[in-house]
Ligand binder design. Structure first.
Ligand code: ADP
Length: 292
């Protein structure tokens, strides 16, 4: 059986563990498309053994490389990828909700696909955990905890920008874990008056506010500047957590979930269950569902 795996969209810690577990079961039958759909379109397909080994299994930075490949949405490039995908008995696609659309289209075009959620954003529908989420949260919590002592020493307040694209999962979980004073998850919660009051209340109590802001809502420097104007003081600082969220050492939960996703994927391959999404339910049990 010839198996193709690829990582697509934003890469996520834990993807290597998933790849390793697939490789461990099927060894030289496993190939990868370099940088996801990009390699699938260009025919850059190689044995997985060339990039994976046991030592890399617990590291971040997906060994197969990943990319965004907007061209893949267009028929000409999609069909080029389709031709290459058809050379395999099964194509396993690791990515977020965008990659899922690509996986579904390949399935509808006759390819045996299996989609697995691999994205720090936790944005896959019906899925309560995607590979990368817990590590991304851990890194953001670490940044907040290591920034606040200095913020506090100056009686400042701090806005922390976390990743998540259009999804607020990371923001909400980080806010919960650091016991944040306020969180901005969407345009509605970008409430300057509320933020000002939270900051002022803390300031008067000789303390410092920590506010978690999801990316892609507004420019964090501009938010801080506006708040400083409203407060009449220059006390609101900013910290962008950024790519450390993708590059952190995978947590135990990450490795355990990646292994569980892989085990179920192996079962699907062995029993020839294709055209499915391997997801995690609300109790983080692995389930298999059809594409929507
Ligand atoms: P993620 O998978 O992390 O959500 P993106 O939304 O950027 O990341 O999607 C990753 C890739 O999935 C895109 O660059 C594109 O190659 C592919 N993709 C997204 N939507 C479609 C679609 N409608 N048809 C085919 N491929 C798609």
């Amino acid at each position: 059986m010839k198996i193709l795996v690829l990582a697509s969209g934003g890469d996520a810690p834990g993807m290597n563990r998933f790849m390793w577990e697939i490789y461990r079961k099927f060894r030289n039958d496993v190939y990868f498309a370099f940088a996801g759909f990009t390699g699938l379109v260009n025919g850059q397909i190689f044995p997985l053994s060339e990039v994976i080994d046991k030592k890399k299994r617990n590291s971040a930075g997906v060994v197969t490389k990943s990319s965004r490949c907007p061209e893949f949405k267009h028929a000409k490039y999609f069909n080029m990828g389709l031709e290459n995908a058809k050379k395999f008995d099964v194509v396993v696609i690791l990515g977020g909700n965008g990659s899922e659309k690509g996986a579904k289209r390949l399935f509808e075009s006759g390819v045996n696909t299996i989609f697995v959620p691999g994205t720090i954003d936790n944005d896959v529908e019906d899925c309560h955990y995607s590979i990368g989420f817990s590590t991304a949260v851990k890194e953001a919590v670490y940044t907040v905890e290591n920034t606040m002592p200095s913020i506090d020493a100056f009686l400042n307040a701090c806005l922390f920008e976390v990743m998540g694209r259009e999804n607020s999962s990371i923001c909400e979980e980080v806010a919960r874990q650091v016991d944040a004073d306020y969180q901005v998850v969407d345009e509605k919660t970008l409430d300057y008056e509320k933020m000002k009051n939270v900051i002022l209340k803390k300031y008067i109590a000789s303390s410092s506010a920590k506010i978690i802001v999801r990316e892609n809502i507004a420019n964090i420097t501009e938010i801080a500047s506006k708040l400083n104007d409203m407060l009449g003081m220059n006390i609101v600082k900013t910290q962008i957590v950024g790519r450390t969220q993708r590059g952190g050492k995978p947590t135990r939960q990450e490795l355990s979930m990646a292994t569980k996703f892989a085990k179920e994927t192996v079962r699907c391959i062995k029993t020839k269950v294709f055209g499915v999404r391997v997801l995690a339910d609300e109790n983080l049990n692995i389930i298999v569902t059809e594409f929507k």
